[in-house]
Design a protein. Structure first.
Lengths: 345, 123
């Protein structure tokens, strides 16, 4: 009996207790955006490189359709299963996280990347594409598991503010790419957790303003090489995101991060920038407001049904007590004056 | 015998001329010019980024066919900005497109890319 008590006690002590943020409930969604301004520059576009073997069959089928639709495009730009698919995106991009289901130990997270005004392999236009996947989030250690039961990484869109990531914690299991002909040394792990980034600045997003402090999580940066057929790709993989201190929610995903959800979607590397946020940031630079305000330049919070705790001005409730105080004060002064007068006499 | 020989020669020359003609068509209509692109971002003399890419492209009947990927050269230069040469220079070279991108971070905290791509003039 005593042993059992000790066992339970030690279990309570040593098991990492992940407290989910209070907003983490079924039905919650969080949407991030890269918005393309109307006066888009000729070199303003996003590039996402997809690995056909990692794509879901319906997304791959949808991409195959561009082969039929654009027969006059160069033969080499056909979508094929033995080479990467490059998406040049000239319109808006949204990254949506939906908490579909929460049970005791796990949650189902739907992750969708919505892309608009695309050119597949540079030549084959496509109006829109949704890449989506359903991930199982283990709530005891906050890691995603794929269908085969292997760990993919940790969620990017929130952290547990009570128990933030520590140095060396896994972020993305990028070493999984080795099984698909991609050369990469290792996984993305937490290299640094900082509480001082933008410490004096309000962070502006499309939803609301966030106030410091923030929690910034930065990973190592791994070179990535993929030689395929006549082509070659030489890029890198890294992760950097900034989180709200109170809710643990991601405010922005820095360019050009590779969250674990991208890997699950079949994206192996990308270069993205929120060109609208960049414009807004440049305005802040010009007006000199950049010392107190800032726009992050990657995926920015765009829409959510999470209700944030808003700080309010505290005011004393209106009551008649204050008149009693004033009357009392007057009486005190009168008594004091009378006494002083009396002493003189 | 003489007739057979002449016949053979005639037939042979017919095949040869046919082959030459077929070759001639493709030789005449395909050519391999060099295409290139640069993207320069300069804020002052001591702060700039320069991305470039060049390579030979195959053009047949005036239409782009492919990039000869073994001719593609990526160039990346910068000064006064934060760039890790082994990680922040992205090189993509495929038969359908080639891109050089430098992901830079300025001292004032700005993120950005210098992006050069081909086909550029032969698109």
């Amino acid at each position: 009996m005593k042993k059992l008590a000790i066992f339970i006690f030690s279990l309570l002590l040593f098991s990492p207790a992940y407290a989910l943020p209070s907003w983490f409930k079924e039905g919650v969604y969080v949407k991030y955006a890269l918005l393309m301004p109307e006066d888009r520059g000729s070199r303003d576009f996003q590039i996402f490189t997809l690995h056909p073997a990692l794509l879901s069959s319906d997304v791959y089928k949808k991409l195959l359709q561009v082969n039929e639709r654009w027969k006059d495009a160069p033969e080499v730009s056909k979508v094929r299963e033995d080479k990467p698919i490059g998406l040049f995106v000239y319109g808006d991009v949204f990254l949506v996280f939906r908490v579909v289901n929460v049970t005791g130990e796990s949650a189902l997270i739907n992750v969708t990347l919505e892309l608009y005004n695309i050119s597949v392999n540079f030549w084959r236009p496509l109006d829109a594409l949704n890449i989506s996947t359903l991930l199982t989030l283990n709530l005891t250690d906050l890691t995603y598991w794929d269908k085969n039961g292997s760990v993919i990484g940790t969620p990017s869109f929130f952290i547990d503010p009570q128990n933030p990531p520590k140095k060396g914690d896994l972020i993305v299991k990028t070493s999984l790419l080795k099984n698909y002909g991609v050369h990469i040394d290792g996984d993305l792990i937490v290299k640094n957790v900082s509480y001082t980034v933008h410490i004096n600045r309000t962070l502006l997003t499309y939803v609301r303003n966030f106030t410091p402090p923030y929690i910034t999580v930065v990973s190592n940066k791994e070179p990535l090489i993929w030689a395929v057929g006549n082509g070659s790709l030489s890029s890198s993989s890294s992760f950097e995101a900034i989180y709200d201190f109170d809710s643990g929610l991601m405010i922005g995903l820095m360019p050009s991060s590779q969250p674990s959800e991208f890997l699950a979607l079949g994206i192996i590397e990308s270069s993205f920038l929120d060109y609208t946020a960049t414009k807004n940031l440049h305005k802040l630079h010009k007006s000199g407001e950049d010392s107190v305000k800032w726009w992050l330049q990657g995926f920015n919070l765009y829409e959510t049904n999470i209700e944030f705790w808003e700080p309010k001005k505290v005011e004393a409730p209106e009551s008649s007590m204050k008149y009693f105080f004033i009357v009392g004060l007057f009486l005190l002064i009168i008594i004091l004056v009378k006494r002083l007068m009396g002493e003189r006499k | 015998m003489k007739k057979l020989l002449t016949g053979m020669l005639l037939l042979g020359s017919l095949f040869l001329s046919l082959a030459a003609a077929a070759n001639g068509i493709s030789l005449l209509s395909c050519w391999y010019p060099w295409d290139y692109d640069t993207d320069v971002h300069q804020w002052n003399d001591n702060e700039w980024v320069w991305a470039g890419v060049r390579g030979q492209v195959e053009i047949c009947d005036g239409e782009f066919q492919r990039i000869l990927t073994n001719t593609v050269r990526h160039t990346a230069y910068w000064k006064g900005v934060n760039v890790d040469p082994s990680r922040d220079v992205i090189r993509r070279a495929y038969p359908e497109y080639a891109v050089t991108q430098i992901h830079y971070r300025r001292i004032n905290g700005d993120d950005g890319y210098a992006t050069a791509y081909i086909p550029n003039f032969y698109r």
